[in-house]
Each structure stands twice: as structure tokens, then as C-alpha cells.
Design a protein around this ligand. Structure first.
Ligand code: DX5
Ligand code: ZN
Length: 222
């Protein structure tokens, strides 16, 4: 029931094929691909050509996390590149409802990502067109940041809103997800976990070992 998705901005870009093969065999559930525009977040990462390349390497779901202004401009582009799930930031669009509906109409899962300072209110009228919510547990832009502890309450409140409405929306957490933060995030209601430098890409172990250790944590062990 708990899912782990490596954040491919942390993968070795010179060895994407090798890494994906290893991660596929290690049994990850999906791949998380960060798209940044240098404006909404102060960094650049991956793009549609990368998504296409990864699409040719794996059959696992590709989860696209768009961190650009006006993401509605890019839904078709990422759909054609082979995305299965697209999350857009509530802070970046004047048409959250319409864009989520469009993602779903194209046959993909629609996600809303929310920055640490964004209240859950933005979700109020779009729960019915949302398949997953990405609770940012750091401010997006860079790997290797520190989990913002106030986000535990946010995860719990979100879970409560979803349960109250009897919906099947998945709660994904993104940012500094690892052994120090997985147990409590899980306890608060997160079910999907983005694995970056704090888990899947921990440099002291192989990817296979890291996935195994993360899976153990997700299943309740140490
Ligand atoms: C941004 C990214 C990062 C990152 C997560 O959206 O998804 O949050 O790669 O990995 P950490 O924080 O563990 O380096
Ligand atoms: Zn992300």
C-alpha cells in the first residue's frame, strides 16, 4: 500500500539507463520527475525530452512534478512525452480546476502540489478532480534540504479532509524523505514517498540497498 518513487533529478544523469534498470529490479513503484522553470523555483532540472527517454526505459508510472508558472501550457507536451501522472502547483495557475480536469481527461492521474506555506484551503473545490496531493515538505527547487516539521500537521489535516469526504486521494510527500521522516509522515497519513538524497540516493549504499532499506521503513521495520 505504501509507494516509493525515486526522484530522478538525483540520479546520475550520465548513467540513467543503468540506474533505471537497477531501480526497476529493486521494485520501485513509480518515478518522480521534477520540471523547473527558473522562475517559480530558482533552479532548472529536467524536461520533456528526458521524460521521453525515461519512457523508453521503463514501464513503471512516470510522475511529473511541474514547478513552472502557468503549467496549463505544458500538459499536452508532457502527456505526449509519456507521463502517467502530472502534479501542478496550486500557486502557479489561475485555472487549477480546469487544468486538473484536463489531466484526467487525457487519461492521466491529476495531482496538486502545495508549497509549505500554502494552506489546504486551495484544495476545497478541487478534491473531486484530484487523484493525489503532493505535500512539499521542503521549499521546492533543490535536493538535500531539511524537512519542515510543521508539515506533519499539514499531512494529518489533509488526511482528515480526504477521509471526511470519503475520497481515495493519495497523499504524497516530497522533500527530505528518509529514515528520520518516513515513520512520522506515514503515521500522519502519507502513502506515497518521493525518494531523493535522503533515501534512494544515499551515497553510502547501492541503489538496490537503499530501495530495500526504504521499503523496510515503509513496511514498519527499521
Ligand atoms: C523537488 C525534489 C526534491 C528532492 C527530494 O521537488 O523532488 O525534493 O529530489 O530529495 P531530498 O530532499 O531527499 O534530496
Ligand atoms: Zn518533486
Amino acid at each position: 500500500m505504501y509507494k516509493i518513487g525515486p526522484s530522478l533529478m538525483c540520479t546520475d544523469l550520465g548513467n540513467v539507463e543503468r540506474d533505471i534498470k537497477e531501480l526497476d529490479e529493486a521494485g520501485v513503484d513509480f518515478y518522480h520527475i521534477d520540471i523547473m522553470d527558473g522562475t517559480f523555483v530558482p533552479n532548472f532540472t529536467l524536461g520533456p525530452d528526458f521524460v521521453k527517454a525515461v519512457r523508453n526505459l521503463t514501464d513503471k508510472p512516470l510522475d511529473i512534478h511541474i514547478m513552472t508558472e502557468k503549467p496549463e501550457r505544458f500538459i499536452d507536451l508532457f502527456h505526449e512525452a509519456g507521463s502517467d501522472m502530472i502534479a501542478i502547483h496550486a500557486e502557479t495557475t489561475n485555472n487549477l480546476q480546469g487544468t486538473l480536469s484536463k489531466i484526467q481527461d487525457l487519461g492521466m492521474k491529476a495531482g496538486v502540489a502545495i508549497n509549505p506555506s500554502t494552506p489546504l484551503d486551495v484544495l476545497e473545490y478541487v478534491y473531486n478532480v484530484t487523484d493525489y496531493v503532493v505535500v512539499m515538505t521542503v521549499n521546492p527547487g533543490f535536493a538535500g534540504q531539511t524537512f519542515i516539521p510543521e508539515m506533519y500537521d499539514k499531512i494529518a489535516q489533509l488526511k482528515e479532509e480526504i477521509t471526511k469526504r470519503n475520497l481515495e486521494i493519495e497523499v504524497m510527500v516530497d522533500g527530505n524523505i528518509g529514515k528520520d521522516t518516513i515513520p512520522k509522515s506515514k503515521e500522519k497519513g502519507a502513502t506515497s514517498f518521493v525518494g531523493g538524497t535522503s533515501s534512494v540516493y544515499k551515497s553510502e549504499n547501492t541503489l538496490t540497498e537503499n530501495v530495500k532499506n526504504t521499503r523496510k521503513l515503509l513496511n514498519g521495520g527499521e
